[in-house]
Design a protein around this ligand. Structure first.
Ligand code: TRP
Length: 455
């Protein structure tokens, strides 16, 4: 496999948008609010921001370096950079994490399609907050509908994956990202101006550190890795398609910034509205889907046509944001099978799609008919979320930090990170310090603390 026959991202804007497209998704708009709600609000957000800054950005630069230097899928990258060592297991664990995440992520992505249809058929009109809760619960526990939507979403992902990297990923990201951003701002303004929204704003801005415990720390760290698409070789695989003159540090800062802005905006949409209509902030995975229809109802009650247009736009853009993320997850596993097992890209993609569809159907059923079937007290859906976001991704990030900070030849690291010597030395040294010490020690501390050894 030479550098020449692999695809490349075309323009610089394309690089940022594709990586940001991977990062921005349901993690920001669906998962961030419900994790924030489960973990008490503002204090969680501050810890989350710390995790993004001190673990996330440095590890993102490390993943970019590994990917671009090796020009290979994530498992192949370790085979090339550390031949004959056990480091390849970091890559393999990442591939497995990607597979599991795609399994349950596509279930939620499927829900967005259902909500596009509901928005388009004006199903939200005249309903109360309790109606929205009942209709959501009825929908997810139905054995067929959510599973079928999940399959539709999986096929959409499959289609773009086989069409190739540049045309598929770059184009969809270029159009949808700016539109999504503008719509989120509009909705945040609407939500903040609802009666009684102040309590929600307070929830977002007034930290109560007395509620911070090991679970809050683990939740914030897991959310940072999940939202930034880190710790499993996703951005590593994308970086293998970067051009040699792509500035890795700038790209990482841009992606981190955009991703964080979208999550915070989502918070300012969800919580003011939730408090305004009396939905509990710790409603869990249903939070986005039971809160948002209220915003459309309450804010545009006298302009029903506007409510319909905006709600369709929102769910379409949400589905597209999810699509650029499922593409990136699918790509990790597909590139791995394609390059490591000599399968054609098409066949590799088919295997991934088939496998994830099975996982996805099981996850979907685990919220309805399979509710009683729990492992460690968690449904399959919750188990996949927990194991990937809170264990596998931070663990992967830990090893990526050690690999790049301690193991990899510093000439290679400097060459990649500095873009052939154009980065100021002070920034490089700060980055290396965060990567070698702060990130691994911080991640290790949160893990050990969660296990209860420090009590
Ligand atoms: N970051 C995406 C989101 O916020 C989800 C995602 C895409 C992801 N690729 C990933 C999460 C890789 C973890 C690892 O929706």
């Amino acid at each position: 496999m030479t550098k020449n026959n692999r695809a490349n991202f075309g323009s610089k804007l394309g690089v940022i948008l594709a990586s940001a497209g991977s990062a921005v998704g349901l993690g920001n708009i669906w998962r961030f609010p419900f994790e924030t709600g489960n973990h008490g609000g503002a204090a969680f957000i501050l810890i989350y921001l710390g995790c993004v800054l001190f673990f996330g950005i440095p590890i993102m630069v490390a993943e970019f370096s590994i990917g671009r230097h090796s020009r290979a899928n994530t498992a192949g990258a370790y085979r090339i950079l550390a031949p004959g060592t056990q480091w390849r297991w970091v890559g393999r664990m990442g591939v497995l994490a990607g597979f599991l995440i795609l399994g349950y992520y596509s279930v939620v992505a499927g829900w967005t399609l259902e909500y596009i249809v509901q928005a388009a058929t004006n199903a939200f009109a005249g309903q109360s907050a309790n109606d929205f809760i009942a209709s959501f619960n009825g929908f997810v526990s139905n054995p067929w509908r959510p599973a079928l939507w999940m399959i539709v979403f999986m096929l959409m992902t499959h289609f773009i994956i086989v069409k190739g990297v540049e045309r598929g990923i770059e184009k969809s990201a270029k159009i949808m990202m700016p539109m999504l951003f503008i719509l989120l701002i509009v909705l945040a303004v609407c939500s903040i101006s609802l009666p009684g929204a102040g309590a929600g704003i307070e929830f977002l801005l007034k930290p109560d550190f007395s509620k911070v415990n090991g679970n809050v720390l683990l939740g914030a760290m897991g959310q940072a890795f999940f939202s930034l698409s880190l710790g499993m070789g996703c951005l590593c695989t994308y970086a293998s398609y970067f051009r040699n003159d792509t500035n890795l540090t700038k790209t990482a800062l841009n992606v981190g910034w955009i991703d964080t802005m979208v999550a915070i905006l989502a918070g300012f949409i969800i919580f003011p509205a939730a408090f305004s209509v009396g939905i509990q902030p710790d409603a869990g995975p249903s939070l986005l889907f039971i809160t948002l229809p209220n915003v459309f109802q309450q804010a545009f009650g006298n302009l029903p046509w506007l409510a319909v247009i905006l709600s369709i736009m929102f769910y379409v853009l949400l589905a597209l944001a999810a699509l650029t993320s499922t593409i990136s997850l699918h790509e990790v596993v597909t590139a791995y099978l394609h390059e490591e097992f000599n399968l054609t890209r098409g066949r590799a993609a088919k295997l991934v799609t088939a496998g994830c569809t099975v996982l996805g159907v099981l996850c979907s059923l685990s919220l309805g008919v399979g509710k009683e079937l729990t492992i460690f007290g968690l449904t399959l859906f919750d188990l996949f979320d927990f194991v990937t976001a809170k264990i596998m991704l931070p663990l992967g990030g830990f090893f990526i930090a050690i690999f790049t900070g301690w193991y990899l030849d510093k000439r290679i690291v400097w060459e990649e990170v500095s873009n052939n010597g154009t980065l100021p030395k002070a920034i490089y040294r700060t980055w290396l310090f965060l990567l070698k010490y702060i990130a691994p020690i911080g991640i290790g501390f949160i893990f050990i603390n969660e296990l209860g050894f420090l009590k």
